[in-house]
Ligand binder design. Structure first.
Ligand code: NAP
Length: 309
């Protein structure tokens, strides 16, 4: 599909794209780079790309597809750095979890004659770094493309085909709509998880060792999300400030309604609310976006052998 693909950044997302693109034979050559020599050295050892280079400028040389797989806050700076080295006709994309800010910060630097098609694969784990990627990450997950108005249709189609070839389902929307949708489906849930895990850690009446020891599934599931990469999530909240604040306003109103129901002992209101939310979980499973296995399919330890008398 491409003669040369350049991946700037080789963490969970860059590493997964590299492994998947190689497995599907989508590029004659995959070139990668990362910010630190430590990460670049690890990528060399992993041997999942054809070449590891020292600089972003070197990586994009003669590449037909360039994907920035770096924190959102660095995208503008890196676009400026690579701009003079881009091949005319190349497709430039990214994988940032926020689209409006990334488009505003990258687009002014990009030269005429390259095709800018921002993207966001809605897939991930709480792990990061060169070892965390895997080829199957995008299978059956959505990848949202947010091409600016007037984008070259052939370039958009080609990137769409690339994501489809590594297993993703592709949707196109505007950057602002993307940011609103993701504020409620991803950014706010992360903020809530970061809050609740922090709150539990700071309690005085319950020690943090008790919190860990007795973490029932609710808290345990929040800790998975709250273990996500601090740099990535700092950048997401800074870059998607408006949409997150808007959703947070609505969330706070709804939380007040539930608080009032608990205070007044209004069991009907609680029951009705919980019944409605349960249906959403069923809908997600029906759409194939999660497993129907109880407790996310966690394996339970066997019972101890009965003691002989
Ligand atoms: P990650 O595992 O932390 O990897 C980030 C990579 O970017 C590292 O290789 C890092 O190099 C490199 N990097 C950082 N700044 C750079 C720079 N200025 N120039 C060159 N390389 C640079 O992060 P990730 O989880 O893959 O996330 C990358 C992007 O994907 C973010 O924009 C995030 O919003 C988006 N995203 C993440 C997820 C998720 O669940 N994680 C899901 C969808 C989209 P060093 O290792 O040397 O620092």
């Amino acid at each position: 599909m491409f003669a040369r693909v350049a991946l700037i950044g080789f963490g969970l997302i860059g590493g997964s794209i590299a492994r998947a693109a190689r497995a599907q034979g989508l590029a004659k050559e995959i070139v990668a780079t990362a910010r630190s020599e430590k990460s670049r050295q690890r990528v060399r050892e992993l041997a999942v790309v054809d070449r590891v280079v020292e600089t972003n400028a070197e990586a994009v040389k003669d590449a037909d597809l360039v994907i920035l797989c770096i924190p959102v806050g660095d995208c503008g700076r890196v676009a400026e750095e690579i701009a003079p080295h881009l091949k005319p006709g190349a497709i430039i994309s990214d994988v940032g979890s926020v689209k409006g800010a990334v488009v505003r910060e990258m687009e002014p630097h990009l030269p005429k004659g390259v095709h800018f098609v921002p993207a966001h694969p809605v897939a991930g784990t709480e792990h990061s770094g060169p070892d965390s990627g895997f080829a199957e990450l995008f299978v059956n997950r959505w990848c949202i493309l947010t091409p600016p108005e007037g984008s070259d249709a052939a370039a958009v189609e080609k990137l769409q085909a690339f994501w489809a070839a590594i297993g993703a389902k592709v949707e196109v929307m505007t950057p602002d709509h993307h940011d609103l949708v993701l504020a409620i489906t991803s950014h706010l849930p992360h903020l809530i998880a970061y809050t609740i895990v922090g709150t539990a850690d700071e309690l005085e009446q319950v020690t943090s060792s008790e919190v860990m020891q007795f973490s029932a599934s609710g808290f345990r599931d929040f800790t998975r999300i709250a273990a996500s990469d601090p740099t990535m999530w700092r950048d997401v909240f800074l870059a998607n400030k408006d949409a997150v604040l808007e959703m947070l306003g609505t969330f706070n109103e709804d939380l007040s309604k539930l608080t009032r129901a608990i205070r007044r002992g209004d069991g009907d209101a609680l029951f009705e609310h919980f019944t409605r939310t349960r249906a959403i979980r069923r809908g997600i499973i029906q759409l194939g976006q999660d497993s129907a296995a109880p407790d996310f399919g966690r394996v339970h330890a066997s019972l101890p052998k009965p003691q002989e008398k």
